[in-house]
Design a protein around this ligand. Structure first.
Ligand code: SAM
Length: 226
């Protein structure tokens, strides 16, 4: 039975990779990468010479067919994204669904998770807000449905976590300040990297903080709303 390993990779600090992930990436026949150049940095660090193939959200059907063919030939593959856990706001979920849903497959494929870093879990684990229950929203929509979502966040009984880009972080904080001014918000920025920072406060306070320190508007953000 061929195997497709879903391998989590570091979200910044290249030391955050499991022994099993390294072994798996060394031993598979091919690594499917969101961006082969990005993954090569990791592979070079750990002396992994396995061949790579790009696979991303916009990959054409032909690419999926090629992957299916390799699996049919009995090849073992690993899927990685640029950072963190594949499928979590990253390519991968669709490929796994296609494999699991495909009644026409004349062969069976074992889909095996190799767990490791994910920004949302890292952010929750050290944010200091209640995390015994939470809802993860991925990336918020840019336009349609955005206001409805902020209303939902306002009424939510559970902690909410989502990903946000540096281009929209101010806009998002403005919306949080408007819809839920009293809620505690934690900005988890640049996790596992040199400028890692957790900053907690009301949305308006965080907005002021970022405006006063434009350099803090840069980097990768995970937002937690208590
Ligand atoms: N699959 C990844 C995971 O499991 O964490 C998430 C991929 S998603 C395309 C990328 C987003 O995750 C970034 O825009 C940011 O919101 C968040 N993120 C990724 N790395 C991060 C980090 N080091 N610190 C804070 N947030 C991060």
């Amino acid at each position: 039975m061929s195997k497709l390993y879903i391998v989590a990779t570091p979200i910044g600090n290249l030391g955050d990779i499991t022994l099993r992930a390294i072994e798996t990436l060394k031993n598979v026949d091919l690594i499917l990468c969101e961006d082969t150049r990005e993954t090569k940095k990791l592979l070079n660090k750990y002396g992994i010479g396995t061949a790579t193939l790009s696979y991303h959200t916009h990959s054409k059907l032909a690419k999926t067919d090629k992957i299916f063919k390799l699996l049919e030939e009995g090849k073992d593959l690993a899927l990685v994204s640029d950072a963190g856990t594949p499928g979590i706001s990253d390519p991968g979920a669709m490929l796994v669904a296609q494999i699991k849903d495909n009644d026409n497959l004349r062969y069976s494929v074992d889909v095996i998770p190799v767990p490791g870093p994910s920004a949302v879990i890292a952010a929750l684990s050290a944010c200091g807000l209640p995390i015994h229950e939470f809802t993860f929203l991925g990336f918020l929509p840019h336009k349609k449905g955005r206001e409805t979502l902020f209303k939902e966040i306002t009424e939510a009984k559970r902690t909410i976590a989502f990903y946000e880009s540096p281009h929209r972080i101010l806009k998002t904080l403005e919306s949080l300040a408007k819809f839920c001014p009293e809620k505690k918000v934690c900005l988890a920025r640049e996790l596992t990297k040199i400028y890692e920072e957790f900053k907690t406060g009301k949305a308006a306070e965080l907005l002021e903080y970022l405006k006063e320190n434009p350099v803090k508007q840069k980097g990768e953000f995970t937002v937690i709303v208590a």
